[in-house]
Design a protein around this ligand. Sequence first.
Ligand SMILES: Nc1ncnc2c1ncn2[C@@H]1O[C@H](COP(=O)(O)OP(=O)(O)OP(=O)(O)O)[C@@H](O)[C@H]1O
Ligand code: SF4
Ligand SMILES: [Mg+2]
Length: 324
Amino acid sequence: MSEELLRLENLSIDYKVKDGYLSAVNDVNCVVNKGEVFAIVGESGCGKSTVAHSIMNLLPGGNEEISGKIIFKGKDLRECTRQEMEAIRGKEIGMIFQNPLDSLNPVYKVGDQMAEAILLDKVDKQEAWNRVIKLFKDVKMPDAEERVNSFPHELSGGMRQRVMIAMMLSRNPELLIADEPTTALDVTIEAQILQIMKELKDKFNTAIMLITHNFGLVAEIADKIGIMYAGEMIESGDVFEIFAHPTHPYTQLLMQALPSKTKAEGRLKTIDGSVPRITEKKPGCRFANRCPYAKEICFNENPEAVFVGEGHYCRCHMVGKEEK
Ligand SMILES: Nc1ncnc2c1ncn2[C@@H]1O[C@H](COP(=O)(O)OP(=O)(O)OP(=O)(O)O)[C@@H](O)[C@H]1O
Ligand code: SF4
Ligand SMILES: [Mg+2]
């Protein structure tokens, strides 16, 4: 029986903006179990990074309004104090950011930044430094002994991603949130990073929330998938089940847009029309203006997520109900 690690319950996040607010995330529900890879996919701007940052309580703007629950190991992280959250961050939940430069301090050498985190474990300086070099080698950093003395701006995108992953390995978190960890990388490096993530999962039973545009990566590593559209998780479930039986019209269109039958090389394609910017919570399905099956009800009522099979949920009026 799988053991639950993270549960998002009715998570909604609005950003206050000049002209009112932007509903970036709406009523997202999902569960990530120990040792499981949960992939989140969706077009640019659909709220993936907002979900990721909210789990870490690291939304950068300070202009957000959150409701719902973020339950990690039975505790609602939204009720944690700043100190409690600091203790959880890195140690229990690690994050690889979409842009690693955002999370590396530009004025410290990368090795020193890592050693600082390791020193929190009360080891002596030499031991910390030895661990840094070993971790750099573990993530296959070229010239590891030299690179520990580099500043972040002196490293390539792939090397910075490796530093981020090495930092995660040093803390050995139970949950790793990886926000597009390979988007900026060439395919060889992408494959190596993927291998490192797989090892993490296999060796340490690390759960990974993987945010990606790359369906190949999903097919390769993920156990479950959640598809997001305009701030909502419109379908979620077991990867094989959803690749074999996509149920939501948006998921079906995404799958049809993939080039190969195995989906193995597919990257997420955009489909006709564009994702609406939701600045008013009007009733209705957020996909209605692009959906080939939209009916009257779709413009008047927001569909609830309905159960369509084991662990498989879909948010569409045409699914799990008699047609109206
Ligand atoms: N601090 C903020 N203030 C106002 N709007 C924001 C803020 N941060 C994000 N947004 C908006 O919220 C929406 C969701 O953004 P988010 O970064 O979560 O998308 P994403 O799915 O990660 O996109 P991408 O694939 O491009 O990384 C976007 O419309 C974005 O412009
Ligand atoms: S609820 Fe209606 S508009 Fe939305 S996806 Fe389903 S059929 Fe399409
Ligand atoms: Mg993002």
